[in-house]
Design a protein around this ligand. Structure first.
Ligand SMILES: Cc1cc2nc3c(=O)[nH]c(=O)nc-3n(C[C@H](O)[C@H](O)[C@H](O)COP(=O)(O)OP(=O)(O)OC[C@H]3O[C@@H](n4cnc5c(N)ncnc54)[C@H](O)[C@@H]3O)c2cc1C
Length: 461
């Protein structure tokens, strides 16, 4: 059988690519190893609670979300975050401290000492880092970059917890150019972060673009999983589930994709093949095309993460749930990374009179904790929440999802791997790698990478 394009993997990266190609008249086939689509983006209703297995929300950084939601008929189900969601806390010395949003709050905040604040204010006076080795893939770690520009306290009590919230990662390992390219670009383009933020905002306003700071946070009434499910419905028979791709082989003028379905090996042919699986799965799939790229993809580390969802009666909670939630700096030596106050952020996350809290455990910081047994994880999180959020008693509802390989780490060395992927695509025209280890891990980044991939395929047809 032949298709205009074969997409391997029905996570948001693969499905958004397939959607954009089909909309432009291409006959696409999506092959997904599991019985359900969505990859990490899955949601479920259990006892009137909304359970998110992976992402809880996305930032509307691209017009594509609205466009896709409109065309697949779910724009009425889109929900924007409560205005409280802008308020976020960081845990320090046994207390939750709001992250300051205005200059007067910054001066009052107990998150940093006066010396630490003074160091932050000196940010505009620090020059650019020097790449003395002349290596095109050279980059500082996020920690080196932040220590140099904003000081150690800002690293420990702002960036370290923030990185745990986004990547479940370690700022001493993540590369700043790879993991936070827009932050790095502020220094590169404008010479500093504060000046760059001000000038960048003016330029974006002219271009009518949204940054991650100003973009609106959204989900769907029945959770993030609604988006991949509705795209899959739109694609109809073009999506084949329980079809695990084994290999891609070169053929005259195209590629043969070999996959296993119902215990049988089957083949599909196409001139365009998009590999939208995690890097470790892509390594296996493309190894017959290049052993070098197989090695490179295998180097991308995915730490484990457990998502622990608790439901409590409102009266069990000892603090006001007036924000997005909190993150915990590594220095505080706790056993959780942070907690989202899910039922504050979006409606219909918990039954009336109850609240839903989503806590993340593990990541690069404590990988061994993420894969503990459910009873042990429940006890760890319950004990931590009693202390941090002054909760009385045990949760009425518990749901745990464990990701053995959760989020790709854009660690030092990532730029070199990305350059190798560019080279691999040039050497194998018609093969495209499009997933969250390339171009950003957020749902918005995945959708924007899908758009780039679809445009490349369409322009080459
Ligand atoms: C716990 C957690 C919380 C997160 N929270 C947020 C958040 O709040 N906001 C945000 O923006 N982002 C968040 N993210 C990140 C974001 O969800 C992911 O980066 C994004 O969903 C990844 O999409 P993807 O399509 O690239 O990959 P995936 O979702 O991993 O999809 C890949 C697909 O490929 C399939 N596959 C694998 N091997 C094969 C094979 N051999 N043949 C066929 N198919 C195969 C898999 O089954 C899977 O369906 C979170 C991630 C995790 C894990």
């Amino acid at each position: 059988m032949k298709a205009d394009a074969i997409i391997i993997g029905a996570g948001i990266s693969g499905l958004a690519t397939a959607f954009l190609l089909k909309k432009n008249g291409l006959n696409v086939i999506v092959l997904e190893a599991e019985s359900e689509v969505g990859g990490t983006m899955k949601s479920k209703r259990v006892n009137d609670y909304l359970v998110e297995f992976g992402p809880n929300s996305a930032l509307e950084t691209t017009h594509l979300f609205k466009q896709i939601a409109d065309e697949i008929g779910i724009s009425n189900e889109m929900v924007y975050a409560n205005e409280f969601a802008n308020k976020r806390y960081i845990f320090k010395n046994g207390k939750l401290h709001p992250i300051p949003m205005k200059p007067q709050e910054f001066f009052k905040s107990k998150l940093w000492s006066w010396t630490g604040k003074f160091r932050i204010m000196l940010e505009p006076f620090h020059g650019r880092a020097k790449n003395t080795a002349g290596d095109p893939y050279w980059e500082e770690t996020v920690a080196q970059f932040v220590r140099r520009r904003l000081g150690k306290e800002f690293l420990d009590y702002t960036i370290n917890p923030f990185v745990a919230g986004v990547y479940a990662g370690d700022p001493e390992k993540l590369g700043v150019r790879s993991a936070f390219p827009r932050l790095y670009a502020l220094e590169e383009k404008y010479g500093g972060l504060i000046i760059g933020t001000i000038k960048g905002a003016k330029e974006r306003k002219k271009r009518e673009e949204k940054s991650k700071i100003t973009a609106k946070m959204f989900s769907f009434i029945d959770g993030m999983g609604m988006l991949p499910n509705a795209i899959s419905n739109y694609l109809g028979n073009s999506v084949i589930t329980e079809a695990k791709v084994k290999s891609i082989k070169k053929d005259v003028k195209g590629y043969i994709v070999e996959f296993e379905k119902d215990g049988r090996i089957e083949n599909l042919f196409s001139e365009a093949v998009v590999v939208s699986t995690p890097a470790y799965a892509a390594a296996e799939i493309v190894k017959e095309l290049s052993a070098k790229i197989e090695d490179a993809l295998k180097q991308i580390y995915y730490p484990p993460v457990a998502v622990v969802i608790f439901g409590y009666k409102e009266e069990q909670i000892g603090i006001e749930l007036d924000g997005f939630g909190y993150l915990i700096p590594e220095k505080e030596k706790r056993k959780i990374l942070g907690t989202l106050w899910s039922s504050t952020i979006f409606p219909k996350r918990a039954p009336n009179g109850y609240v839903e809290l989503t806590t993340f455990v593990g990541g690069t910081r404590q990988p061994e904790l993420a894969l503990k047994g459910d009873d042990e994880l429940t006890k760890i999180v319950s004990d931590e929440l009693k202390d941090i959020m002054k909760i009385k008693g045990e949760p009425e509802f518990v749901w745990i999802s464990k990701w053995e390989k959760a989020i790709p780490q854009y660690n030092i060395g990532h730029l070199r791997i990305m350059a190798m992927i560019d080279e691999f695509e040039k050497e194998n025209p018609g093969i495209y790698l499009c997933a969250n280890y390339r171009g950003g891990i957020s749902v918005g980044d995945c959708v924007m990478s899908a758009e780039k991939t679809a445009n490349k395929i369409l322009s080459e047809k």
